[in-house]
Design a protein around this ligand. Structure first.
Ligand code: SAM
Length: 225
């Protein structure tokens, strides 16, 4: 049986639950209630892709404005930073303050401490709220706040994947912008909801780690306006 050292516990705002940071022999794990593993530093192929794929579709990355929600273990943020130019600004919204602290501490090494990059702005709090308050602001919005449209972390996240949430994200995008959603599994209902909102949707399956085994889903939505 593997030995896990508990490094920290953080309440999840708006819920009665908490998340826990563990250190293993050569990895870190963030777990939810019942030991469900939300993330592990050894598997981040699809989190990297969530940052890479939408940025690679941008015409101009030099001064791109990007929103990443949430921070998790920082892999999506690091992948965005590798794609965008020196004048870009990358805002990362994170609901759980301790997750930001953990990334500034020992957890940050796995993703190369992306929070130290001068192009990064941390927005503490709910990414949905930030989206609803933003108009015509971002060239890319990359969302991975949960297990996918059928969430686990916070019930309130369902709203992000609703018609209202999709429309809020659309309004927060600039013309030509790209919206990307991560999910642990395919979700036909959500896919159809995106199409019903009138978007051109591309569903990409990406390996969680390496080139075999579990695959996750990324939906890429382009706004041609
Ligand atoms: C699965 S992890 C993200 C993993 C990330 N893509 C990475 O590369 O490591 C989900 C993160 O979203 C955060 N989160 C959950 N709900 C949120 C919300 N409504 N707004 C902002 N962050 C949220 C969680 O605390 C957690 O850090």
């Amino acid at each position: 049986m593997r030995h896990w050292e508990l490094l920290g516990t953080a309440p999840i705002p708006g819920t009665d639950d908490s998340m826990h940071l563990y250190k293993g022999k050569d990895d870190f794990s963030i777990k939810l209630k019942g030991g469900y593993e939300l993330m592990n530093t050894r598997k981040h192929g699809s989190e990297d892709a969530l940052g890479q794929l939408p940025c690679q579709r941008l015409k101009n990355t030099r001064s791109a404005q990007v929103l990443v929600g949430g921070l998790g273990m920082g892999f999506t943020l690091a992948a965005v930073l590798a794609e965008v130019g020196p004048e870009a600004v990358v805002t990362v919204a994170e609901l759980v303050p301790e997750v930001v602290e953990w990334n500034r501490g020992p957890l940050g090494e796995a993703s190369g401490y992306p929070l130290n990059d001068p192009r990064v702005r941390v927005h503490p709090g709910d990414v949905g709220r930030l989206l609803r308050a933003s108009r015509n602001t971002f060239d890319v919005i990359a969302l991975d706040v949960d297990n996918g449209p059928a969430g686990l972390t916070a019930k309130a996240n369902d709203r992000l994947y609703s018609i209202d949430g999709i429309n809020a994200a659309q309004e927060a995008l600039r013309p030509g912008g790209i919206l990307a959603y991560w999910s642990a599994a395919p979700d036909r209902t959500f896919n159809e909801r995106l199409r019903r909102c009138g978007f051109d949707v591309e569903e990409v399956r990406v390996f969680a780690h390496g080139s075999k085994g579990t695959r996750h889903v990324i939906w890429l939505v382009s706004l041609e306006r």
